[in-house]
Design a protein around this ligand. Structure first.
Ligand code: BTN
Length: 258
């Protein structure tokens, strides 16, 4: 059994996240493994972890690099309908607090990238399983760059970082995972207080008040990110004074804009 699983089984004190744990040395994508399990009735809180992924995927059709030393994990949740729209905030806050707990200053880039010093250390992909148009389960896919030198990978070297690069030493992946599942359960259980979740998400977002460019499909808009609304969408003030609500997209901060 992997060291991570032994560590988690001995130390995790959550009520349901990680009670069922599956570790794969190598897999295509933990999202696919978790989806298969969810389709076959896996309970809420089931966790899949991979040592490496061969076809890790990210938001907006991108791929996700998962070398050894990272944490690639998917968590099966079965949220009530009103909680579904809070999942980006809940998962971003879980990672944000995990990293903060290590003594590192991080920020959230809408919707749920986690950055350290402007460089991406974690990405989150949320996918849903639907039955008759209603969400029957959600899979929270989280990739954290932990113990590898992002500078050695040309495809991410320009914009990414890892916890070991930031801290100057290697960390226990098991300890990071334990914090992550604990924080995720904590914020998930607070979902009956959406204002608190959305408020804390927005408060830790480095996007608000900044001039940003948002790419959605083939179109891009520029403006000032003014706020996060009650649905978790980004409210953008365009240069002509009008307001646009962004539901999904890739945000880049425009340098020198505050
Ligand atoms: C992004 O930033 O675009 C999201 C990246 C999400 C990566 C994680 S790693 C674990 C899970 N399995 C995947 O294939 N993707 C997610």
């Amino acid at each position: 059994m992997s060291d991570i699983v032994i560590y988690l089984e001995n130390n995790l004190t959550t009520g349901f996240i990680g009670k069922e744990l599956h570790y794969l040395e190598v897999t295509s994508s933990t999202q696919d493994v978790a989806r298969e399990m969810a389709d076959h009735g896996a309970p809420e809180g089931t966790v899949v972890i991979a040592g490496t992924q061969q076809s890790g995927r990210g938001r907006l059709g991108r791929s996700w690099l998962s070398p050894e030393g990272g944490l690639a994990t998917s968590i099966i949740l079965r949220p009530a309908m009103p909680t579904v729209s809070l999942l980006p905030a809940i998962s971003a806050l879980a990672v944000f607090h995990t990293i903060k707990g290590l003594g590192i200053e991080a920020g959230i880039k809408w919707p749920n990238d986690i950055l350290i010093g402007g460089r991406k250390v974690c990405g989150i992909l949320i996918e849903h399983g639907l039955i008759n148009g209603a969400v029957s389960y959600s899979i929270i896919g989280i990739g954290i760059n932990i113990n590898f030198d992002t500078g050695q990978y040309p495809e991410i070297a320009g914009f990414a970082t890892s916890l070991s690069v930031q801290m100057g030493h290697q960390l226990s992946v098991g300890q990071v995972a334990l914090r992550l599942y604990t924080e995720l359960e904590y914020f998930y259980l607070r979902s009956e207080k959406p204002d608190l979740i959305l408020g804390e998400w927005a408060a830790n977002m480095n996007t608000i008040g900044r001039r940003v460019k948002v790419q959605s499909g083939n179109s891009a808009v520029e403006g000032v990110a003014e706020a996060i609304n009650g649905s978790g969408h980004l409210v953008l003030r365009l240069d002509d004074g009008s307001v646009q609500e962004i539901v999904a997209g890739d945000v880049s901060l425009i340098p020198g804009s505050g």
